[in-house]
Write a protein that binds this ligand. Structure first.
Ligand SMILES: [Zn+2]
Length: 102
């Protein structure tokens, strides 16, 4: 069991094996704020922020894993910040609506 790095929802994790080797793997947030895909040595991560999808692609023999990890973390934090901002705006808007409907 794993959780979405952006919103902490439980993710949907799937794997496929071919001759006992992991051939495909995916990990997806049910709310759509994060997805990871692995297929035959190639990996991809997709993180949408306000309708713009930021994607990372790499293969198993690519170097710079630490830099990539840092970059992905930066985008995850930005996505979480945008999500919280948008939720707070929604809350303020619904409180305004309550206040004006009285
Ligand atoms: Zn999520």
């Amino acid at each position: 069991m794993s959780e979405c790095p952006v919103c902490y929802s439980e993710t949907k994790y799937t794997t496929e094996y071919e001759n006992y080797y992991l051939s495909e793997e995916s990990d997806e947030c049910p709310r759509g704020c994060y997805s990871y895909e692995y297929s035959y040595g190639s990996s991809a991560i997709f993180i949408p922020i306000r309708g713009h999808v930021i994607s990372f692609y790499w293969s198993y023999n690519d170097t710079g894993q630490r830099d990539r990890h840092d970059a992905i973390n930066t985008v995850v934090l930005a996505a979480r910040k945008a999500l919280i901002e948008d939720l707070l705006k929604l809350r303020v808007t619904s409180e305004d609506n309550k206040a004006t409907s009285r």
